[in-house]
Design a protein around this ligand. Structure first.
Ligand code: FMN
Length: 285
């Protein structure tokens, strides 16, 4: 089989996942272009924001497309509020896929199992998977500076591995090389713990706004993946908050913050245990 188009498809509120997925797609394109002696265009499908998801409607990929698909890890799995988008917006037609996730130095737990299982159910053939350490959005010190050069080398190895699987498979496409990865079904979500080691719940936590600092620029509302911040009054969070920290990270005035006590207790536990370099990026081919 010969790949005609490559897609970088991702949900990435704080942009680390998008960076990794785009890099992998570009790397695979460069390798395939060299082999085929022609251009292999890379298109981006960023489904982080509501308007983008509306525009996508449903994207059906062809058998000769190659999809690099990524989400962050939230509680050890695909962010649960993004799962319906992953399940419903994209369909393969025996389309080869590489699953990618980022995680913030604790663990990627079940996310690659879940990404590959959903992909298979939706008509994709997962040929490779990788989880990459990236800045933990909750904290300024967890996985700061990640992904680093070593992580990006591994992104490149994964992209090459997937491209080589495609190249090694004959023109029929029915070659053994296109056997889907079988990572099994995902286990449960990770239960966040507080400082005392006991489970904490902060599902209802929402970002607050320091009105002295806020310049009402509206960027937080514009970039909220669930469209939950009122653009006419950004202090008002009218919908679900997934704690993605897009608003906190992007606010030019540093006016957004969380202060939910259980969430802060979880953050203190994380920073006490995972501030040091702990987890490594991993790829599976
Ligand atoms: C709600 C939430 C839950 C998270 N859970 C985990 C986790 O279970 N393990 C982990 O290592 N990192 C976890 N992280 C960190 C993110 O996976 C990491 O920051 C990721 O790179 C963010 O991706 P983005 O920049 O594309 O939004 C979590 C982050 C958020 C916001």
């Amino acid at each position: 089989m010969e790949i005609k188009n490559i897609y970088a498809v991702y949900f990435s509120p704080a942009e680390s996942t998008g960076t990794i997925v785009r890099a992998a797609a570009e790397e695979a394109a460069a390798l395939l272009e060299k082999e085929y002696g022609r251009e292999v265009p890379v298109s981006e499908i960023d489904f982080t924001l509501p308007a983008a998801r509306e525009k996508i409607g449903k994207k059906v990929f062809a058998a000769d497309d190659l999809v690099f698909f990524g989400t962050p890890t939230y509680a050890g799995r695909i962010p649960n509020k993004a799962l319906p988008f992953v399940e419903e917006l994209f369909e393969g037609s025996g389309t080869p896929l590489c699953a990618l996730a980022t995680f913030g130095n604790r663990s990627y737990d079940n996310v690659l199992r879940e990404l590959t299982a959903v992909a298979k159910k939706n008509g994709f053939i997962p040929l490779g998977a990788g989880a990459f350490v990236a800045r933990h959005v909750f904290s300024g010190i967890m996985a700061a500076g990640r992904p680093d050069a070593g992580d990006m080398d591994l992104v490149s190895k994964l992209a090459h591995g997937v491209a080589e699987k495609i190249l090694s498979c004959g023109s029929s496409g029915a070659d053994e090389a296109l056997k889907p990865l079988d990572l099994g079904e995902p286990g449960p979500y990770y239960t966040p713990l507080g400082e005392d080691g006991q489970p904490v719940k902060f599902l209802k936590a929402k970002p607050k706004t320091d009105t002295e600092k806020c310049g009402q620029c509206g960027l937080c509302a514009e970039k909220c993946p669930l469209g939950s911040i009122d653009k006419d009054d950004v202090t008002s969070v009218t919908g679900i908050c997934i704690k993605c920290h897009s608003c906190v990270r992007r606010c030019p005035a540093k006016a957004k913050y969380f202060d939910d006590e259980q969430m802060m207790s979880h953050l203190r536990m994380l920073e006490a245990n995972y501030a040091e370099r702990r987890a490594e990026s991993e790829i599976i081919l």
